[in-house]
Write a protein that binds this ligand. Sequence first.
Ligand code: BJW
Ligand code: ZN
Length: 290
Amino acid sequence: MAPSSDVTKFQSILQKSRHIIAIAGAGLSAASGIPTFRGSDGLWLNYTLSDLATPRAFRKNPSKVWQFYHYRREIAGKALPNPAHIALALFSQPDQRKEIAPDAEFTLITQNVDGLSVLCSQMLFPSTDPPIIEMHGRLFETLCTQCGDRMPNRDSPICPALAGTEELVKSHAKERQISLEDLPRCPKCRGLLRPGVVWFEESILHDEEISELVDQADVALVIGTSSRVAPANLFAHSVAERKGTVAVFNTEPQGIGSAHFYFPGPCEQTLPRVLLGKEPDKMNGILQQD
Ligand code: BJW
Ligand code: ZN
């Protein structure tokens, strides 16, 4: 059966729900100016995935991989949360969702590495710990290839040798050859640092916590993801198999295979309406006031 777009019907399910999860992808941050991966202007159309987002690619050419991630950090570092992040941050607060989902717990499981969901919650609710799992890691974190230390890092540029290389990546010019010593190094052991993100063939982060949440969820919101990458694309199927409700928020009818509801259009417009009954233009005001 084709999924329904009936907001009132979906809200009556939220009323009765106990454990809601949201599984988010790049479409959540599209309105913040962060490129998606597989869209018409997506990163993987313009850059070769196997040269950049695998452990093998980093071993072969860390200078090239760092230039790509430096470029991504420069974009994400200037981006601001959009109404979709704001709607989810509000929905994360029990007192904000007490009318719409009074008995439910809520966790956002995001594939995004830009940190915008956490930033949004910190801006709105600085004294609470946001229920957000960043399963593919963080652009603004480094991982030492030698001692394994994970560290937050928002430096721009992250090391002097990468300064300006974002322009080369942006214009698809040949990247700079940066020697290993001049790439980001661990402040503790001087080992080579890598971006703190999860590449293909690597295990996702917080695997056990996510499995527990997926196993108990009775509602899954699938937001702005093409549902092409495992294991995130399996979570909603698992909820549907246990007779839970799946609702997809996407500009395209992607990943709606097991969905009961499909809310077409930009999630920065659909999420405020469906989750909070609010018009999206009211969302930006909320961030500015605080
Ligand atoms: C809007 C919108 C708006 C736009 N509003 N909507 C064969 C060999 C090796 C591995 C595999 C294999 N076959 C399968 C695998 C497993 C592999 C995988 O799934 N590969 C597939 C591609 C085939 N997965 C893994 O390797 C994962 N690990 C794993 O499985 O471990 C076990 C294992 C170990 C060893 C061997 C094999 C398995 C790890 C996956 C890590 C993914 N990493 C990346 C890069 C992160 C760092 C970085 O950012 O550079 O994560 S890839 C990239 O894709 C990124 C994303 O998080 C992820 C998902 O993309 P997403 O978010 O869905 O974005 P898009 O662009 O695809 O979609 C955007 C959507 O938004 C679209 O639908 C638009 O319509 C929509 N949209 N604007 C609403 N305003
Ligand atoms: Zn180290």
